[in-house]
Design a protein around this ligand. Structure first.
Ligand SMILES: Nc1ncnc2c1ncn2[C@@H]1O[C@H](COP(=O)(O)OP(=O)(O)OP(=O)(O)O)[C@@H](O)[C@H]1O
Ligand SMILES: [Mg+2]
Length: 276
């Protein structure tokens, strides 16, 4: 006759049950870690309570990582760049202290903008991504888009009669990064859509702009002086403009590679010809 009391399970079926319970409760990290952490706990003689604490802590860390990763993916950065990777000594016109302060993201709460202006290769996109990345780490809603893609999306939204929804959704993005204003001219009719977007976000949410064109030339970019100055007015009103005046980092890398090549060539020993 079977004794009454808790049903005794064999180790194998207990593991299978734990794993299916974890699945039911969406605790994938617990399922992955409970066994080896239990072995560690036995070795280090920590209490049951401490074991459970560590196991749940790991679950939280993994979940945060996953949600941050999802946010990074959704933001659409063209590559991953951080402030740690940025060599400020190469670009001394950038106010490093201010930039580091901005990377703490207080500007988001004040709905302020950052404008990065400079010639190709000075690090505008790199810096914009770095700050965007910090924002995703703090689980803010971030979207990275080039001016060209944005213009196309705005036109498509208008054509499909969904412009109001598109503008509404855009205004909910906490940090919008618009990259490469100035490389392609924006048609006059798209410029007014652009204006509507900036206007909708004005004083509500932050935007980072990168541009190779000084502000005086924006009238040419947008094909209309009035619209261009209305856009600029709103962007600049509460903003941190950075005018980056320096050499291209891409050129530095190129020269470094070229130099390495010529050094390698000159290191090849020239055979001595005794007949000369
Ligand atoms: N000061 C720097 N330290 C380290 N890497 C840098 C620095 N400046 C730029 N880079 C690197 O050089 C490359 C070009 O930089 P980035 O794309 O930010 O230039 P940009 O100003 O946006 O140029 P463009 O106007 O052509 O888009 C990137 O790979 C970036 O990571
Ligand atoms: Mg760029």
């Amino acid at each position: 006759m079977r004794k009454s009391g808790p049903i005794q399970l064999e180790n194998g079926s207990m593991s299978a049950n734990i794993e299916s319970y974890c699945k039911l409760l969406s605790l994938s990290s617990v399922a992955d870690n409970y066994e080896h952490m239990a072995m560690d706990a036995t070795k280090t003689k920590i209490s049951y309570q401490e074991y459970l604490y560590k196991l749940l802590q790991q679950q939280i860390i993994d979940r945060v990582d996953r949600s941050v990763n999802a946010k990074i993916k959704k933001a659409g950065f063209p590559y991953i760049a951080t402030l740690e990777m940025f060599d400020f000594s190469f670009q001394p016109t950038i106010d490093e202290k201010l930039l580091r302060e901005l990377s703490t993201l207080s500007f988001l709460d004040d709905a302020k903008n950052i404008l990065l202006v400079g010639a190709p290769g000075v690090g505008k996109t790199h810096l914009a991504i770095s700050i965007g990345l910090e924002a995703t780490k703090q689980r803010r809603r971030v979207k990275f888009i080039t001016a060209e893609e944005l213009t196309n999306e705005l036109i498509a939204a208008r054509q499909s009669n969904t412009l109001a929804n598109y503008l509404e959704a855009s205004s909910r993005v906490e940090l919008l990064i618009i990259d490469e204003i100035g490389y392609l001219d924006i048609q006059k009719e798209s410029a007014s859509l652009f204006f509507r977007l900036i206007s909708k976000r004005y004083e509500k949410s932050s935007t980072i702009i990168t541009t190779n064109k000084p502000f005086e030339e924006w009238a040419d970019v947008f094909g209309d002086e009035v619209v261009a100055s209305a856009i600029l007015d709103r962007l600049l009103h509460h903003s941190y403009p950075f005018l980056i005046n320096g050499p291209s980092y891409r050129m530095k890398e190129l020269f470094k590679k070229k130099k390495q090549k010529t050094e390698q060539v000159s290191e090849i020993p020239i055979p001595e010809d005794e007949n000369i």
